[in-house]
Structure formats: structure tokens, C-alpha cells
Design a protein around this ligand. Structure first.
Ligand code: IPM
Ligand code: MN
Length: 359
């Protein structure tokens, strides 16, 4: 089959990890007889440098008409350290999420057996952890009214959620739980926040439609602790935008490296796939960044397109690379492989799948 994929390499290590994913997608296209047509466009600091706009119109237009979007990373320290900057790279990604209505962010967290020793957490605590975080992505404090008083002494960020926004997210999270271990934990701060109380009320009501799913609620401060104290208690975590951002970085410690965490951002018409790690500017151009989060994001992209066995082969290849220690220095410091060598290994593994065209 033929698919149009918009590729946004972005900033920092984004281009080099995305390059590995494209290699991997090409290997898949050869072995399984698909055609992927890529359109490469700009977003983030690189787009500001070239056009003054973090999300140029042609980028948005390309994303809107594509079957899926593969994104690398965004951000540049020169903007982080300038509080007066009017235009920021991150605005590009936030605007893209909003414009495309990518309201549901899915972040799987797995403790790979071969990497249990890599986590600073005890092996017996993390072994067999398998969590999927459902983070709301187009609402909450990220998109509320922002103000700074004229004298610069008071800043304001508003947070709002509607029942509709919560319900559409809830349906997807409940359905995911039904296909997994049938447990959903709503993480909120309902003892303090009005928006959290609305989440709780709405999700509790929605639960009546998903009677086979066990629903649990947890305050976010407690959830932050429980995630590293007893992560196995979680199956699907459903939460709002800011809490999901923070908890997913924390949860990456379970997997042994943030360089392994992939994500999917899903809307009614479009979907974007990206590693959850940032632009890691210190590693830019050094061929040392871990490409596996991007490669696993490409696997999520294929699954979204209905290419399940193709996606599974990539996951198997990643497992194998971790088992054999064909990994970058964030995982395997002593005998590390470069970004491109890890990509080559995944490509070779896919090419060596003898039964690819049979099943
Ligand atoms: C993420 C990132 C973004 C977010 C930034 C880059 C705006 O941290 O995707 O988790 O906060 O959503
Ligand atoms: Mn984040």
C-alpha cells in the first residue's frame, strides 16, 4: 500500500534520530511491499531561523493532508535562556497539536527485561511493568489564557477543561484499558482544582459505559510517588495535559532511558508520532543519541496505519538490540554503538525476516 508521511526532523538530535526511522521505514517498505512517500518540512527553532515562524504554513498544510506525521524533537537553549523571546520553538509544536486537534497523547512505558539493571530503581520493583499513559494534549493550562501584568510583577496561566474534552479522551483511554488489563487510573488533583473535580465527575459517569474496566482515582502528588514505589499497580493512566507531561518523564526512569519512550498524538483526522525525549542539544550532530524512541514511534505510526505485523517486527528488532547490547551510550556506556549503527542493526534485522511475505 501507499502512504504519505510528513516528516518533521525538527531541532537538536531530531534530524539524526528521524533519519534512522526513515531507514527503518524503508526497510519495511522493501520487505512488505509498501510505498512510503515522505514530505520533509520544518518546525521549531530551525523554522524560526529560516522563516521567523516556528510553524510555517506549508508545514501545517503538509501535515493536514498526510496519512501520518513523524516528528523528531523541538527546542534550542538559545530560546530557553531568553525570557524576553517573543517567538519560541515549542509554540510550533503546541500550535500544530491544536490546529490538527491531536487531543490524545499515548505514551507506553515498558520495563524491558534486558534493561532492568539500567534503571536506578530496584529490579524487583520495575520488572514486568507495563503502563500506557493517556495524556490529554490540547487543553488545560498549556492552552489557557496567559498574561503578564504591565509592570512584569504578576504572571497568570489559566487552566480550563470542558466535559466534551474530557469525555473524548476518556472514551479512548477506556477502550485501551479494555484491550489491556482492564484497569484505568485517573490522575488528578481533585482535592484542590475545579478542573480536576470535573475530570473525576465526568470519568466516573463514563465508567458506567465500561463496566468491565476497574476505575481508580489518584491525586497527582501520590501518583508521582506510586509510579516509582509500585509501578506495577498501573495499567492505563488517564490524566490532563500538564500532569501527563510530568509523569511521563518520570515514568521513563522505569524503562532505563528516556531514549526509549515513544508516543502517538491522535486526533479525529490526523496523527503524529514522536519520541518523548527533547532535542538534547549537547548531543546534536555527534551520532550518539538513542534512535530507538524515534524508531518505536515509527512502529506506532505503522500500527496506526493498520500495518500491525510490520510494527511488530520493529518492536522485535528493538528488543533484540537491547538484548544484544547494540545500544547507544545512554544505555550501554562502556561498549556503546553510534546512533546510525543502532539504526543499521534494526534495518538488518528487518531484512533478515525470512517469513515477512508469508504471514
Ligand atoms: C512533550 C514536550 C512538550 C510538552 C514541549 C516540548 C512543549 O515536553 O511532548 O512532552 O510539554 O508537551
Ligand atoms: Mn514533556
Amino acid at each position: 500500500m501507499k502512504f504519505n508521511i510528513t516528516v518533521i526532523p525538527g531541532d537538536g538530535i531530531g534530524p539524526e534520530v528521524t533519519e534512522q526511522s526513515i531507514k527503518v521505514l524503508e526497510a519495511i517498505s522493501e520487505m512488505y511491499d509498501h510505498t512510503f512517500v515522505y514530505e520533509k518540512v520544518m518546525m521549531g527553532a530551525c523554522a524560526i531561523d529560516k522563516t521567523g515562524n516556528p510553524l510555517p504554513n506549508e508545514t501545517l498544510a503538509s501535515c493536514k493532508k498526510s496519512d501520518a506525521i513523524l516528528f523528531g524533537a523541538i527546542g534550542d537553549p538559545k530560546y530557553d535562556n531568553d525570557p524576553t523571546a517573543k517567538v519560541r520553538p515549542e509554540q510550533g509544536l503546541l500550535k500544530l497539536r491544536k490546529e490538527l486537534g491531536l487531543f490524545c497523547n499515548v505514551r507506553p512505558v515498558t520495563a524491558y527485561n534486558s534493561l532492568l539493571k539500567n534503571s536506578p530503581l530496584k529490579e524487583e520493583i520495575i520488572k514486568d511493568t507495563d503502563i500506557t499513559i493517556y495524556r490529554e494534549l490540547t487543553g488545560g493550562i498549556y492552552f489557557g489564557i496567559k498574561e503578564l501584568s504591565d509592570d512584569g510583577q504578576i504572571a497568570f496561566d489559566g487552566c480550563s477543561y470542558s466535559v466534551e474534552e474530557i469525555e473524548r479522551m476518556g472514551h479512548l483511554a477506556f477502550k485501551a484499558a479494555q484491550n489491556r488489563r482492564k484497569k484505568l487510573t485517573l490522575v488528578d488533583k481533585a482535592n484542590v482544582l475545579e478542573t480536576s473535580r470535573l475530570w473525576r465527575k465526568t470519568i466516573t459517569k463514563l465508567a458506567e459505559q465500561y463496566k468491565d474496566v476497574e476505575v481508580d482515582t489518584m491525586f497527582v502528588d501520590n501518583a508521582a510517588m506510586q509510579l516509582i514505589l509500585n509501578p506495577k499497580q498501573f495499567d492505563v493512566i488517564l490524566t490532563e495535559n500538564l500532569f501527563g507531561d510530568i509523569l511521563s518523564d518520570e515514568a521513563s526512569v522505569i524503562g532505563g532511558s528516556i531514549g526509549l519512550l515513544a508516543s502517538a498524538s491522535i486526533g479525529d483526522r490526523n496523527a503524529l508520532f514522536e519520541p518523548i525525549h527533547g532535542s538534547y542539544p549537547q548531543a546534536k550532530g555527534k551520532d550518539i543519541a538513542n534512535p530507538l524512541a524515534s524508531i518505536l514511534s515509527a512502529a506506532m505510526l505503522l500500527k496506526h496505519l493498520g500495518l500491525h505485523k510490520e510494527s511488530f517486527v520493529i518492536e522485535k528488532a528493538v528488543q533484540k538490540s537491547l538484548e544484544l547490547g547494540i545500544t547507544t551510550q545512554d544505555i550501554n556506556y562502556e561498549n556503546s554503538f553510534s546512533t546510525s549503527k543502532v539504526g543499521d542493526f534494526i534495518v538488518d534485522y528487518i531484512h533478515n525476516q525470512e517469513d515477512s511475505n508469508i504471514n
